[in-house]
Design a protein. Structure first.
Length: 246
């Protein structure tokens, strides 16, 4: 193996996690202006993507929190108070999680500190209202930072969302993927209905349903319920026929 191929193989291995999570869904971002413009990421979408990759929170991945506070004197008799949250993220070996029969080796990263002001003063010296959500904001800040170090939403943190063409390309890519997924679903649905509709006995239907189970389980809940309802009616009709024949 040449040195170039060795380097490429090593890069593929070391970037295996980063490359899977670095792109951001444009629908889970918003532009924010606080003196400067920047792209904010929906923190819950990060949790969803980590769950998609590692498995359910508490099984495939999770995080530990350590809360604290910092008091900063700003003038005689006036202090600013900040809530701090140190977050340590853990996850299982890439591609496996704790709920599997053979769980992966546990990995850990952190702590990463998040911070939010709980008590402060306005420019005119008046006291700001106490931020009772400061602890939650500090935790979210730390979790977002920690996941970003693993590669989650790296394109935002690398400033690529400042390039309008990059954002437009992401939208086109998402639309194309959605079109492909819709076409694949339509084809699979048609084949499923044809297969189930051609069954002559409930045992035959049960065997087919076992083959299609993974596909059905991955469908949106509403769609899955609709299909299962249709299957139940088909099965009821077969049972009537089987009862008549006996």
């Amino acid at each position: 193996m040449t040195e170039k191929k060795k380097d490429e193989a090593q890069t593929k291995e070391t970037m295996r996690l980063w490359d899977r999570v670095c792109k951001t869904d444009v629908d889970h971002t918003k532009e924010v202006s606080f003196g400067r413009k920047f792209t904010a990421i929906d923190a819950h979408s990060q949790i969803m993507e980590a769950t998609r990759l590692f498995g359910p929170v508490g099984e495939g991945w999770g995080y530990k929190n350590q809360f604290g506070s910092i008091t900063i004197p700003i003038s005689e008799g006036k202090d600013e108070v900040y809530v701090t949250c140190d977050v340590t993220i853990w996850w299982s070996e890439f591609g496996q999680w704790e709920g599997m029969a053979t769980p992966g080796n546990r990995r850990e990263f952190g702590p990463i500190r998040g911070m939010c002001q709980m008590k402060g003063y306005k420019a005119d010296g008046k006291v700001k209202p106490t931020d009772h959500d400061a602890a939650k904001k500090a935790m979210t800040d730390a979790l977002t930072k920690g996941l970003s170090h693993l590669g989650f939403n790296a394109d935002v943190f690398l400033g690529m969302f400042d390039d309008n063409k990059y954002v437009q390309d992401l939208k086109k890519e998402k639309d194309a993927a959605a079109g492909t997924a819709a076409e694949e679903y339509a084809q699979s649905r048609n084949k499923f209905i044809k297969d189930i509709g051609s069954c002559k006995a409930t045992k035959e239907m049960d065997a087919l349903l076992a083959d299609w189970k993974t596909w059905i389980d991955r469908l949106p809940p509403g769609t899955a319920v609709e299909l299962r309802g249709w299957v139940a009616k088909q099965k009821a009709e077969l049972k009537k026929g089987e009862g008549t024949s006996t």
